[in-house]
Each structure stands twice: as structure tokens, then as C-alpha cells.
Design a protein around this ligand. Sequence first.
Ligand SMILES: C[S@@+](CC[C@H](N)C(=O)[O-])C[C@H]1O[C@@H](n2cnc3c(N)ncnc32)[C@H](O)[C@@H]1O
Length: 225
Amino acid sequence: MLRVMSRSLVPDAVERYVAMEISRETPLQRRLREETSHLPLAGMQIGADQGALLAMLVRLMGARRAIEIGTFTGYSALAVASALPAGGKLVCCDVSEEWTSIARRYWKEAGVADRIQLKLAPASETLAALIRDGGTGTFDFAFIDADKSNYDAYYEACLRLLRAGGLIALDNMLWSGRVADPQFHDDDTDALRALNAKIRDDARVDACLMTVGDGVMLAQKRPPQ
Ligand SMILES: C[S@@+](CC[C@H](N)C(=O)[O-])C[C@H]1O[C@@H](n2cnc3c(N)ncnc32)[C@H](O)[C@@H]1O
């Protein structure tokens, strides 16, 4: 029996309803969730509803080129890559050979491995290399879901890599509600709280903080003024 990880601020029964009754998952996605659930850090995996959201955004935009920062066992990458058209490309950034070796197995089984380029290196290095190699303005979609203290740097790099109209989705922007408590301070909470406020005031994007999961911030790059 698959347990529901608590990710969101909605009551447990509602989260269970969303995750187990209403969110559609392929048998392969379900198997990946099952295998991941045995890992000590299983709670890092996005929810089924978030996977469906990312896939829908990718399809709505007609995205062809995407970036992911934080891959873990590959659930979000599987959702995004499966929503890309044939010939689409997803660059995945992670530092863990162990976790991403699980991801590779599932991508292969889903028939999307040829769309995914996994870069095992600190994401800041991979993003800098993409910019250096002429990637500026060439991506449609980015999903940020890795180390929180570097989110601002990832946001800035992704903004450069996206075309006008491109979309960045950032996970965990509610940080279990801690960002909303001005008395609460630690490095990650302070970084995420500051980034929420920065994006709110950022004239380069149109933005919306969605209360799905642990908070998904959507920031769409505006054309140059
Ligand atoms: C929250 S998990 C990602 C979950 C994933 N999106 C999913 O759907 O299952 C965060 C991942 O970020 C990776 N990570 C942490 N620091 C990193 C860094 N500096 N560069 C690249 N990846 C990093 C971790 O190895 C971990 O796999």
C-alpha cells in the first residue's frame, strides 16, 4: 500500500483525495513512486498532482526545450519529458549518481530517454555552461527543485536561458508555510522568502504563487521593455 507523503498545507484527507483518487498517474509513474517511497528522502519527490501540472504547462506552451534543476529519482523529469513532442529536449541537473540511476531506468522504460540529457554536476556549473555555449533565450520551460539557498541564482540563470514568454516553475516556495511566519529564520526559509518577494517585484516576469503541493511559483518571462 502506497503511503501519501504530506507535502501541502491542505488537510491530510484532502491531500490523500487529490493524490490517490483524483490525480491520474501512468502505471510506470506509480511504480516509480512506489520504488522511491522506500528511500529515506522519498518526501523530496513531487506529488502526482504537481507532475500533472508540469506536464499540462509544457503541453499548453508547446514547449520543445526544457531545463530541470533537481532530478532525484526522475518523477518530474518523466512528467515533463513525456509531455514534450518527439525531438524535444530536457536538460536535467543533479549531483547524485545513485538517485539518477533509478531515474534513467524509468526514462528508458517510458521511451523518453533520448529526450533527456542528464548533467551530473552542480547545477550552477551546468547552467553557466549552457549560457556560455549559446543557450541564452533558447529554452521554453524550466523547473527548479534543488538546493534552496541557490534558488535565486538558478532563477537568474533560467531567466537568461528562457525565451520571452518562457515559464519558470519553482517548487517549495511555501516551505511548509515557514515563509509566511516573519519570526521564523533559517538560511533556506530566508532565501525562499526573499525570492518570493523579489519575484513579486520583478518587472521582467509575470508571476503567480500557486498553493499546490508545497507552493509552486510560476514566473513567465516578459518580452524586453
Ligand atoms: C527535491 S529533490 C528533486 C525532486 C525531483 N524533482 C522529483 O520530482 O522527484 C532535489 C534534488 O536536487 C539535487 N541537488 C541538490 N543540490 C544540487 C546542486 N547543487 N546541483 C544540482 N542538483 C542538486 C539533489 O541531489 C536531489 O536529487
